[in-house]
Design a protein around this ligand. Structure first.
Ligand code: 13P
Ligand code: ZN
Length: 271
């Protein structure tokens, strides 16, 4: 059996959490990541018959039965993952009953997966139903995105449109737009279900006055989606209080989307 600390998926979790912490997006224990793994890649490092303990999830995830995820721990700080992955991360498999997580590795101090597991696993189910290659869900509290929530209408058409106007590449990177949820209590099945509903349509979902969720086929795609929204939100926050002299016009966004061959939300433009 190979040393799990050398597994590429553990390294990706360590690098991504460190990066997000360094960017200031994930203060204290803010943010969480779940990454679906292939059984084939995990069994090189772990005996899949050895369950350390079981943890109830509190919801049904029948379409994920037997699926394995590496997930950040609840209350754990992104800045600490790199130095102690076995305490701050865990590898879980959804058991036959669809509602129990079997711990295969990690959460060494007796901890458990993120309190946002409902939103993560429900989002995985929703994304997999529209894109069978989806693997990663990331939740974060990026500074400018969050700031924008306080000064911009929380309407998904208007919010997406403003972001698209802020950087030329935005409509190309997230042509499907950004879903928006109002402020809701976090860490429960209700917000999980609402997030998953949006995830059928969007790879990005803003949680009003809280943060953002991104979903994608790998860590780079998912991180890049959030990073691009955050960049656009930063430009917005740097300019919103100043007179707007120039902007990217809707006709130019159409030109971009057509040139790059992306399927975009036409109804989010004012044509
Ligand atoms: P956890 O520490 O449970 O992952 O929660 C952090 C967070 O961002 C809640 O939304
Ligand atoms: Zn959060």
């Amino acid at each position: 059996m190979r040393d799990i600390l050398t597994a590429p998926f553990v390294k990706e979790m360590m690098d991504t959490t460190a990066n997000m912490y360094r960017l200031g997006w994930d203060e204290r224990n803010g943010g969480n990541i779940s990454y679906m793994l292939e059984e084939e890649e995990v069994k090189e490092y772990l005996d899949l018959d050895k369950v350390i303990r079981t943890i109830p999830t509190g919801f049904q995830a029948d379409s994920l039965i037997g699926k394995i995820f590496i997930v950040t721990g609840t209350g754990k700080y992104f800045k600490n993952v790199k130095d102690d992955p076995e305490t701050n991360l865990g590898i879980i498999r959804i058991a036959e009953d669809g509602t129990t997580a079997e711990l295969l590795w990690g959460y060494k101090d007796g901890g458990r997966f993120t309190s946002e597991l409902p939103a993560h696993l429900m989002s995985h189910m929703a994304r997999l139903s529209v894109d069978p290659l989806n693997r990663v869900v990331i939740h974060s509290h990026p500074t400018h995105t969050l700031a924008m929530n306080y000064v911009h209408e929380l309407d998904e058409k208007k919010f997406t449109h403003t972001l698209w106007e802020m950087c030329t590449e935005c409509i190309v990177v997230f042509p499907d737009g950004v879903g928006v949820l109002p402020w809701m209590l976090c860490g429960n099945n209700t917000i999980g279900e609402a997030t998953a509903e949006k995830m059928k349509e969007f790879r990005l979902v803003v949680w009003g006055m809280h943060g953002i969720y991104g979903a994608g086929r790998d860590m780079d795609e998912t991180f890049g989606l959030i990073e691009t929204v955050e960049k656009a939100a930063q430009i917005y926050m740097l300019t919103a209080h100043l007179p707007r002299v120039n902007t990217i016009k809707d006709s130019e966004m159409v030109e971009l989307a057509e040139a790059f061959g992306v399927k975009y939300r036409k109804d989010f433009l004012n044509l």
